[in-house]
Design a protein around this ligand. Sequence first.
Ligand code: ADP
Ligand code: MG
Length: 682
Amino acid sequence: MTSLLRNNVQELKGIGEETAIQLGEMGIYTINDLMEYIPYRYDDNRLRDLAEVEHDERVTVEGKVHSEPALMYYGRKKSRVTFRLLVGRYLVQVIFFNQPYIKKQMNLQDIVTITGKWDKNRQTITAQKFLKGPQQMSSDFDPVYSLKGSITNHTLRKFIRNAFQLHQSKIVEILPSNLREQYKLIDRGQALYHLHFPDTVDDMKQARRRFVYEEFLLFQLKMQALRKFEREHSKGISQKYDLEKVKAFISKLPFPLTAAQKRVVNEISADMLSPYRMNRLLQGDVGSGKTVVAAISLFSSVTAGYQGALMVPTEILAEQHAESLSELLEPTGLRTALLTSSVKGKKRKAILERLETGEIDILIGTHALIQEEVNFLNLGLVITDEQHRFGVQQRRVLREKGESPDVLFMTATPIPRTLAITVFGEMDVSIIDEMPAGRKSIETYWAKQDMLERVLSFMEKELAKGRQAYIICPLIEESDKLDVQNAIDVHSQFTHFFQDRYSVGLMHGRLHPDEKETVMKAFSQNELQVLVSTTVVEVGVNVPNATLMIIYDAERFGLSQLHQLRGRVGRGSEQSYCILLADPKTDVGKERMSIMTETNDGFVLSEKDLELRGPGDFFGKKQSGLPDFKVADMIHDYRALEVARDDAAQLINSKDFWKDAEYQTLRNYLESTGVMQGEKLD
Ligand code: ADP
Ligand code: MG
């Protein structure tokens, strides 16, 4: 960037100290900031045929004044000028509010151009601006900027125009010419100009296309440079596992691995063997078989002489994992242990001691794993399940328990590719995109609340076959704010309904951990046939005999969450069902219910979820950590994001990138972000 563009905006004509302060509040300090202050939308001034304009849409039309404008005052200082306007074959009403002078300016038979909001039902345009004579708005598209204080769109545009007149030639190209040629991207100065002063739709498109690519490329370069830096500077451990033993272990599993499981096991193994520290995300839909992949990796680590740890978000999950892992691993002589906050006293002390002396190979637990008193002899591999439920801080503490243990984050929330590329750009990603053979897919139905009776008789049939059922409610107890089903009421309704024919359990987040455990155990041992629960059963719980799930007020849940919930059934050999009870009011709500009935593919659902909800909501606003792009949109431009990611990877890994003059501006950019000093990104 030439230094001149870094100069203060006050150098520009018409910008004094006061204005500069206000611009500063908009994040504009330098001439460059001003030139890069991108409009968030454009007003379209092109003439349109009213037949194609939607209700409430903004439109510009040209027409002939067809009735004498009438001025009417009402209230205090309020006025309205109305007249009829002949637009092509339409005779429409035009209203100007609080601009009494309009009456004098409009005469019968005048040709005028009017911009305003179209009320289709009343065939009325509420005018915002007008010009006399045939269309002559200064441009077809008016950029609209987000503003603060007393700065208006008009003055801001004036400043920007001024900046471009004086300084456009000083805008420096940042993209290397080979990439610009490859994608036919216009140069930076021209693109910026077009974003502020577009003449045609194509101008805007080309300018946008260029900046989408630039933003994604820079972002990906930053992420990947960080990853490269971390890899090369992290003193990871090279875990020299015993390949023969690992192979033997795999061959003794009760089932052959799927191709996808084999692939991810290889990816993980390569990371463990390498001297770099593994930082890998393992994605796989519910039931895709992540646990066995975790078991193999932990086994490998132990054959290399290390200890392993598996951390999960809840006690129930910890217990289930401890059980399934000990089943898989203990026959091979490995020693596993479970550590949660309910493991106390002598038992806890013994575990901690055995951990320090290396008598425990694999520790499974909740957050209790990262307490200070927990010390490993030789921690080599840390696996966390459902990683986004752990804070960044907790993950770091755990990582710091070993020298530099390899870290694998597992998640059953199928993170859309688009998001994975961005949020986890500094991680390697492995995906299990295949279900074990012979798995029956869950049949999902959407029922309106008034079909409850039929749903109940279906439920009776399943229970009569000896199966079990989940009933999910959005709330624990009655709320005066929300008119939705709550677990406590539904539990008593069903208890009453089944009398002593079936036992109905109740599960929710406010139960004491011991109570939860008791209920869950009773359900898994079929002492309870029906479990009414809130979403606490969402993660991981495994009761293969449960073949039916009924979800009340299903429209209140996100698609990914519904999919997670649904994953609690379909875990055995019998056909399973999920019934969504919902009366969604909106089209989006209806669409979401239909999508659930149409696909069992978690990745498809998560993409849809992202599309319907937007990325901010996906992980909850706070943790999303999504970058803010000025021009690019992660969802709609995801193809460009993929392209940019590949290009960034190629650049980062090529020697030329680090020395050729062509890439100097990109190197400067990386330098300025601090990633080359290993500074952590937010
Ligand atoms: P996830 O944790 O990914 O939701 P699990 O690891 O709990 O899935 O596996 C779900 C079920 O599938 C388990 O009962 C497991 O034993 C079984 N399973 C895993 N891999 C295979 C496979 N390759 N073939 C057959 N069954 C498998
Ligand atoms: Mg699992």
